[in-house]
Design a protein around this ligand. Sequence first.
Ligand code: GLA
Length: 695
Amino acid sequence: MTPDLARPLRLESLAYGGDYNPDQWSEDVWDDDIRLMQEAGVNLVSLPIFSWPQLEPEPGVFDWGWLDRILAKLWDAGIRIDLATATATPPSWLLRGHPEMMPMDADGCRLEFGSRQTYCPSSPVWRENVARMTRAMAERYGDHPGVVLWHISNEYGDHTSRCWCPESARHFRRWLQGRYGDLDGLNEAWGVNVWGQRYTSWDHIETPRRAPGPINPTKLLDFERFSSDALLELFRIEVDILHEVTPGIPVTTNFMSMFRDLDYWDFAAAEDIVTDDAYPDPADPIAHVGAALNYGLMRGLKEGRPWLLLESSASATSWRDVNVPKPPGKMRVDSLQAVAHGSDAVMFFQWRQAKYGQEKFHSSMLGHRGEASRTYQETKALGLELRRLEEVRGTRVRSRVALVVDWDSWWGSSATESLPSQRLNWAGQARAWHRAMHLIGHPVDAVRATGPFDAYDVVLVPNLYIADAAQAAALTAFAEAGGHVVVGPFSGVVDDTEKVHDGGAPGPLRALLGIEVDEQWPHVDDARERITFAGVEYANPTWAEWIETDAATEVRGRYTTGELAGRPAVTRRGAGAGTAWYVSAILEDDGLVAVFRDVLAGAGLPVREVLHVDFESVTRSSSDTDYTFVLNHGRDPLAVVVPEGARDLVTGATTRTTMTLDRYGVAVLATPRAAEPPFLTLSPQPTDRPIQKAG
Ligand code: GLA
């Protein structure tokens, strides 16, 4: 049985609430907090995330009183608890007693107490204390009826995702011994004859501290893998204790969307429920597009199961250069977008806006003006509105398109400076491919490079720099069974030790794609470079490849400028009942839209003719009902063609054939479940927000 099914969330409705820090306030305000929470429909709060020093003011001396009292009040008020293990940051006494547990940067500088996450993930002292605190929390509160979820640590890696200290070096060596067995294995894997890097003793291996020049790429890649694993080990220490002491309560740790430093496939496999913290920037007019990919990852991490939006902002954040508030209505559409994409929760950082400290300018549900604050009024309205959407809880998003997210390739193509171009941007490439799919109307789920792909018609592989035979076999089987695979540039280049595949790229993907890459051909950000696809020219400023095609491979697009003019740029090959595409250029939105329209036409999937970056529709389905969320992320009204006779959960009204979504408008249309999820389009009309906006 999968862990998340073994430990369901014991909550009778969509979760609504936020981080709660009652220990930053006098107890006098607690009753007010709870009254206002109830009035706003809050049913779940997360605490005490950063409160270890308040719970254990001296080693071994606990002060549970305040936490006992607030948990009792919350329980009496019907508000459930996402109980943190309070291990997100160490108390000062622990650090001062063990200065060796302070993290160290790549220059050998220890990071001081005074912020949060001041710990080396490998520190045995930290690990022992984390285990001790977790057990203490579990034993004290595991039977509390209000505790429905364990919140482990907080945003692992947010501040300290890598540590270069001597303890991390020892741990890195042990990790390498586990991976390679002996030094010969390591020397072979790292290709140490280049620049005289041979190791003759394990003790000679350091963390990749700053060196005179470029560091061995495979060492850097292994350090990325090791660092993700070091935090994963720390996470598992807590997971195991909580599962042992409180076997019925699900555990989670809050993710940070598409976060480079941790392999969330591994983290998600270790927890019961996926949760995410999402902060789309109100100053970025297309932040909602990026958010859609983040949410596609969250549901993809557990094969489509609902996840929880555990943090978001009611209005402005306080950690950007400029922290722009959300205009009226924006918080609502941002929140409902997460629900559209499979979240069974809307939660915020935080309940009551801080009066002091690092985050006093961060918006909260209850702003500095209290009940009168705009954020309270808007979050209260949303809390009540969510009750009308109750039917969608537990339903699953239906996507026809998947996008491969592969941390190894992300790390491998970004950890080293020894690459054909520093303009390669793994996440930027994934986001661009997703954005084009968003524009033509398809939500996208994240998948591993080995699948499973059976729920999809199209699998996008924006970049698979590190590729192996198992991934190639999975993608090939998908295509041969009728699927359509689209592979992006600089894929299939190296194996998992970063050795170039025999014969060069695309290595194990060669037979599937029917091409060979002779040379990578990056541009110096040259705005003149172009390709032609289906008779239209598209910009190709950063990257090209000299490719040779097999006889059976069809050239769909060609380079039209520069040294490669006339050579193949985009290819397609029949593969069994499906197709395999290779896009060797790094295209902008319009070029990708053109290619993907062609791919989708071949797959028999609909595409939008009228493009509008602010328009989104996503369907969550139960066994008998499709719930199609229709969202307007912009300020101008949108006229949308909708199914006749659908019930709008938001207004209770029945739809006619078109509906107008006003500024930041949202509708949730219930229709009987159909074989294919409804595909909504804008009514054909001139639009002033075409795709250029997404450039
Ligand atoms: C993160 C953290 C929170 C808070 C918010 C502010 O999500 O988990 O503790 O700092 O950022 O946006």
